[in-house]
Design a protein around this ligand. Structure first.
Ligand code: PHE
Length: 393
């Protein structure tokens, strides 16, 4: 029998959140009464969201959902879109691509949403994108950076930069600022994101005159990285690049320290998520990552967002929250500009997004439906990310 799926239904219109556990027979069926009240009717525009609210990358989904909810709430307070209020329906994919694929199918066929927001992890977005493309319903990923996500088709967008840029940023920082001649890489072979970044980093670091001395692999779900780390330790690289997600990175860093590895850890946006600091503890102090946004950015745009987010959720927003907020706002602005909310009309409106003042940078969508924006380099200091540099494309 199939495992019971947990569907989290959230209707931002009323600011309430419903968790319903559904079984096979009624799989994913939204709670009928609130669905009608909040989103089912013609008076409400329904947006769908797929996120990892539980499982290995739960922090990604939770922050993103918060950012999206805030944007929707603000849009409704400002009068909604075309005389209607907006509501968002969120399904939890448990941090798994298969679940992301079935969640998006539910949003498309059952809930008939006008727009899809999500996912964070590139492998999950890649499982969703062909379905949105086929249904001609636009999908905006807040934060999936693997290039192949938007290459799926002309209905698939993102509001973040892509990995060929992000990988270059860390390679350049390692060569020019840290003056590393050697580096090793530890990649997750099950993650499109990790595999893609590994290729970029290796190529860029080598082009800049550095040497990647070894590439070791693990698979999502592994918890013991000692064999790979022991092999890498012998080669004494100056830097170890880990293009992975916070949960794996925390364990890898702890085990590297246990093994007495003297190496500077370097990473990517996937490290971002509050559990990193608890999981990695002292072992991640001093590490560097590339990321989308810094909460220390003094610009009023960023600081206003932080103030509003903190008032509502009592925590400082991470880059996922900022990008979730940006993705919803880009979608909502496009809905306002679009002649109608039919797929092709909304797609065209999203595609024409220019100079949109996002919290995580200004968004102009290029012909590949990606945003070209600067990245920041952050360093872990005292259990927090500290801003160190901005790198422009
Ligand atoms: N860029 C990551 C991916 O594509 C997702 C991510 C973005 C994670 C931002 C954390 C912060 O898989």
């Amino acid at each position: 029998m199939r495992k019971t799926a947990l569907a989290v239904l959230c209707f931002a219109l009323f600011g309430c959140e419903k968790k319903t556990t559904t079984t096979d027979g009624s799989k994913g069926a939204p709670d009928a009464s609130s669905a009608q009240a909040a989103g089912g009717g013609d008076d409400v525009i329904l947006i769908g969201e797929v996120g990892s609210l539980t499982g290995a990358e739960a922090a990604f989904g939770i922050s993103t959902k918060n950012g999206i909810e805030l944007a929707i709430e603000e849009a409704n307070e400002a009068g909604g879109v075309k005389g209607k209020k907006l509501a968002v329906r969120v399904y939890d994919d448990q941090s798994k691509p298969e679940e992301a694929a079935s969640a998006v199918t539910r949003l498309l066929t059952q809930d008939k949403v006008k727009l899809i927001l999500g996912e964070v992890a590139s492998s999950n977005s890649l499982a969703m994108a062909p379905k949105a493309q086929e249904a001609k319903v636009p999908m905006i990923s807040p934060s999936s950076t693997n290039p192949s996500v938007t290459a799926v088709g002309d209905y698939i967008f993102r509001v973040c930069f892509i990995d060929p840029f992000q990988g270059y940023v860390m390679a350049k920082y390692a060569r020019e600022k840290l003056e590393f001649n050697t580096a090793a890489i530890l990649k997750d072979v099950k993650s499109a994101y990790s595999v893609g970044l590994t290729e970029v980093f290796e190529q860029k670091f080598s082009e800049m005159g550095g040497k990647v001395v070894a590439i070791e692999s693990y698979s999502k779900g592994d918890t013991d990285f000692r064999a790979q780390l022991t092999a890498l330790k012998k080669l004494k690289p100056q830097g170890l690049y880990i293009p992975g997600y916070y949960n794996d990175v925390g364990a890898i860093a702890q085990q590297a320290e246990e093994l007495g590895m003297k190496v500077v850890l370097m990473g990517s946006d996937g490290w971002d998520g509050p559990p990193l600091f608890e999981l990695g503890g002292k072992a991640i102090e001093g590490s560097y990552i590339s990321n989308h946004y810094s909460a220390e950015d003094p610009s009023p745009n960023v600081q206003n967002f932080i103030k509003k987010y903190q008032a509502k959720y009592k925590v400082v927003p991470d880059s996922l929250a900022a990008l979730g907020y940006d993705s919803a706002r880009v979608g909502i602005e496009a809905m306002k500009r679009a002649g109608s909310l039919d797929g092709p009309a909304l797609r065209d409106a999203i595609a024409s997004t220019k100079e949109f003042p996002g919290v995580a940078g200004t968004i102009t969508l290029n012909s590949k439906r990606d945003a070209e924006k600067p990245a920041v380099v952050l360093q872990v200091k005292d259990g927090k990310f500290k801003y160190v540099a901005t790198v422009n494309p």
